[in-house]
Design a binder for this molecule. Sequence first.
Ligand code: RP5
Length: 217
Amino acid sequence: MLSEALQRNAKHEARLSNIFGCDLSAVNESQRFLDFAWNDRTSWPFTENLYNLPMPELKPLVAIIMGSKSDWDTMRNAVETLDGLGVPNEARVLSAHRTPDATAEFARGAADRGLRVIIAGAGGAAHLAGVIAAHTWLPVLGVPIQSKLQGLDSLLSTAQMPGGIPVGTLAIGEAGAKNAALLAAAILATSDDTLRQKLEAFRRKQSEAVLSVKLPR
Ligand code: RP5
């Protein structure tokens, strides 16, 4: 099917080149690139292109919020996972306790800005995910940060929400941050086939890596 379409396109290109008396292959090449970029638009901000075309800035679909800069080493796992899947995202520090007004304002405006999932990581008395969830209908995924109490305080503060305001709580620490990103991507993939294929490919690659492990014996 594809090769037939390409052959048809080549004939069409040759006919137009004859009519206009010039080589249209560069124009068609650009068109092909634009078609490719459109089909692969979830990865636009990360697409290398030979043509040096300015790529449109995509609106973030996932926000990664953390209670303190000290949470970055954990939460960068969420950012890197989303970047790897080509999911447009934004990351910033907001605190339920230190910046309560800015946190509420962010959460109230999130859906209207086009965000579709919020990931919130906090440690200790970790109320960030719950407070954000209180101000938005968007799905909120909580990541308990490893703390002075091994993250158990963070886990319970994030997970033990009252009925009516859900927070999907992941594991403590880096695994939780990575899984929050994968879960956010899975939520988006229910209405995005390209992203679904990337997630399936990620799972396949992961399984292959596990099955090819050689033990040192
Ligand atoms: C929480 O308090 C943050 O999420 C962080 O995990 C913890 C400690 O914050 P810093 O004192 O390191 O800023 O709000």
